[in-house]
Design a protein around this ligand. Sequence first.
Ligand code: SF4
Length: 381
Amino acid sequence: MAGIYIHVPFCARRCTYCDFYFVTTAKSYAPFVRALCGEIGAYAGRYGSREPVSTVYFGGGTPSRLPLEDLNRILAEIEAGFDTSSLDEVTIEINPDDVDGAYLRGLKAMGFSRVSVGIQSFYESDLNFMNRSHTAEQASSVLDAVAETSFDSYSVDLIFALPNQPEEYWAANLERLASRPVPHISTYSLTVEARTPLARMVRDHEVQVVDEDSQAAQYRFAMDYLRGAGYEHYEISSFAQPGHRAVHNQAYWAHSNYLGFGPSAHSFWNERGRPQRWANIRNLNRYVGLLENRTDPVEFREVLDAETLANEHIMLRLRTTEGLSLETLESAYGIDLYDERVDDLAWLESESLIQPIRNDVVRLTEAGRTVCDMVTTKLMV
Ligand code: SF4
């Protein structure tokens, strides 16, 4: 079973922390949708019969900038070219200022089963700092509209470790979601990415980032609070009410095949022992121009060697509650981590960063989750 990712590269404005690929003009919707459908159709010819598609995910950018007719046309192109008879989940990311009840009902009617709402915070001062395009009032009202639409599930993104945020805001943001309860919550620590407005603000000493200990404390608070509210913490950033885990994302973490369409979209395909990853060009005009000339818009492609694949597997599995199976690592990738990293495993356990190994599975402890990247680096081969 494979996944399909659609990158919609339009946003109302630039959030201070964002390094995704997007443009802030509405002029290019029509040529983009034409080019995207051309790309989907071309890949359908080559990949359409290889694996049924189980999940479709519209991300970005902000897919909810697109009118319903455009989204419908894209979905129709996917259905025409791929086997969608066992489709399990169709998700679209939305921003609070783009949607109303009619738009949400339109999404549901055309087949979207899940929405992911980019709220980030319910406080105006936080939203202003992040240069979000929506207000605190819109952040609240969109949740009512989404709940009324009766999607199979929905998710909300929140950001923590915001500079100058009063301490009580983080707890209050979580409480707003858990009290409904929202079926799925993703929490991300504010990260300073290169070449973003936030990076410039930090460099110019306009903003001081939250120190690592305080970040870890806010993350630990979220883990405790949401577990107490009945959420499964099934992946580093992801919390779900029972039955509401994100199917598409779980497939990423299991190294399943997926095709990405749109500018800057990535794909991964592992067939007949030849795992490949490729990425589309990160420029909307060139993406459209290449597809108008029936040229593949790929700018980067690599065949992954066994070691790279094994390291990705370690990194992805450690993020999950199911953890890293050492037996799978050995049978699928020929890596005996007991043999190669026995001292590191012992040290991580003595520091309570991983749980005592049972049934050959390495799982992070709560403390380990706060330093997941460090643990991953230690265990990579
Ligand atoms: S809406 Fe999302 S993709 Fe667009 S600038 Fe903000 S964070 Fe980035």
